[in-house]
Every structure is written in C-alpha cells, then in structure tokens.
Design a protein around this ligand. Sequence first.
Ligand code: CA
Length: 372
Amino acid sequence: MDKLKRREFLKTASTAGLAGGAALMAGCGSGQESSGPAIRTDRTYEWKMVTTWTPNLPILQESARLLSQWVEEMSEGRMKITVYAGGELIPALEGFEAVSQGVAEMGHGAAYYWAGKAPATQFFSSVPFGMNAQQVTAWLYSGGGLELWEDIYAPFNLIPMPAGNTGFQMGGWFRKEINTADDLQGLKMRIPGLGGDVIKRAGGSAILSPVGEIYTNLERGVIDATEWIGPYHDYLMGFYRAAQYYYYPGWHEPGTVTELMVNKSAFEELPAYLQTIIRTAAARSTHWVLSEFDARNNEYLQKLVNEEGVQLRRFPDTVLTTLKGYADEVIAQLVETDEDSRRVYESFTSFRNTVTGWTDLGEKIYYSGAMG
Ligand code: CA
C-alpha cells in the first residue's frame, strides 16, 4: 500500500470498521432469514433437542444444555428447548433421521455419525490428517465450508451449524503396544468415521459402538483398542483401568467439529430474531466447547500419568506415515465414488493449502520450540 492509499485507508477505517461490523453480524444469518410477512414475533416455541451423548457427558452434553439455556435467555423465554441425551427419546445414533423428520426439531452430535446417510458429512466433523480446530473453524465460517455443509444437509430437510470443537484428540487406548504397522493387523478398535476406514485398510476392524458400551467392550476384550476424545473425557470414562497404553497424537481427529442440526422447515417458520438467536448460541457454543477442552485436558493428562500410572506412547513415525498413506487412499476412493464428497473435499483441501502457508510462518515455528 503506498503512502497516500494508506492515509486514505486510515481516515476511513474508523467509520468503515463500524459499518463493516454491522454487515458482518447481519451476515451471520447466512441468507437464511425468514421472508414470510405473516410471522408473529410474540409467539412462544417449545422444541426438542436430541443428542448423541450420554446424559452426564461433560462439555458435550453440557454444551447442548447450555445452548438451550442461552436460547431461552436471549429470547426472553419465547423459545424453550428440552434436551434429551442419547437413548432418552430416541437411540443415540438416530438423531439425523429424527430431526430430518421432525420427531425433534434439533439434534446435537458430530457429522461423521451420519456417514451412512451421506458420506460427505464426514468432512464436517473430522478428516484424518486434516485441519486442526482453528483451521477448520476458519474454513467453515470464512472459507465456504458452512455453505457446502448446508448444501449437503438441505435434501434431508436439515440445517447444520458448527456448535463446538474438541481440539486435537488422543490416538486412543490400546491393550498392546503398536510398534509397527503390522501390529494393526487384526486389531479391533472402536473408532468412527474416516479414521475407522483407515484402520480397516490397515488390516484391522472398526467398530462404532455407542458411548455407553465402549468401556465394557474394552474391559472384556470385545475390542482391543478404543479412541474417545482426550485426557479429560478419557479419564472420566475410566479407560485406563481397561487398557494400559495411551497413544498420541490423534491423527484421525486433529480438530473435531460438533454440530447443531435443525429441522429446516421448523427453522424457516421461526421469526428472524429467533433464527439469529439460535445461530448466535451455536457460535457461542463453538467458542465455549473448545475453551473447555483446552483448559482441562492437560490437568487430566497429568492425573492419568502421575496418579494412575498410564503408559503414554507416541505412535512411531513409520506407523503415522503408513496411516497417512491409507488415509489418502480412503479419501481418494470416497471422492471417486461420491460426487458430494468430491466437491466438499476439493473445498477442504484448497482451503487447507491456502491456510497452511500462513500457519507455517508463525504457529509451526512457535510449536517447534524455537520460540521458547
Ligand atoms: Ca474421537
């Protein structure tokens, strides 16, 4: 920017900044504002939200309840959402269908649980060796990701919204050590989404059991390994009593997005201010969830290692390289056979390539330890 342009920019920046901010807020509606003139704004709404989580699951089920509370507070009681954990109204993994059909107006979970309905959903939760929390959030809100997500859900009469991120996860709990890729042969592991497909390609089997059954399966040897989230949740699940080795990094989930999905017809019948309130609550939840994970994980990692004697293990580089190769194959096959996955992945990778150059200049060096 030359001197004159810079001066002009500074002169207009203070007022333009305000206007820009207002435009940004309006933009949060993402073109979904209701246009019907006959909608009354004083009507009250009583909705149901079903989640994929267990009733007392910290942060995740908690965030679903908070979201409901925030909507009620912001709407001054005009919108009440009753939250049902997995199994309370419908089985945990049937939320997609239930919200699609309007059995409940809202669902809370993670998009990779719906891979059986539409494989492209997986890119909106977690991609093995994909983007981290900060990058994927930027893709969704500012890189076209959310528009694509809305597009993929629209035929199911659903509107998706990001509602949280777990941050980087752990690689999981293993009853035996993984020293080479051969140790993955025959491994029975609880692992969802594309990560599960990678394990299958490595010669193992991937099982997607509901949260409530994972511990028992691991303890009884029905499965040899499980991933879940990170130290805080894994500690509370007690996995350290059933498996000795705790592996990192979570190559399969570098920054998993949790979602709020809303029945599209029900959402479009709401007055615009309630639509905005719901979107605002979901955005606040995105921020809250990641902060909670980041604030608690290290404390519980220390507890696991120092109080419970957990054996921390890093996946050998050769294993990670092999898994990365399989992940590329799994995704290549998916995008070849599914047009929606192809266009979503194209956007995902092109954004990732753009953003990585920026990350490399700062954060990569910062995390390498060269800055202290
Ligand atoms: Ca996980």
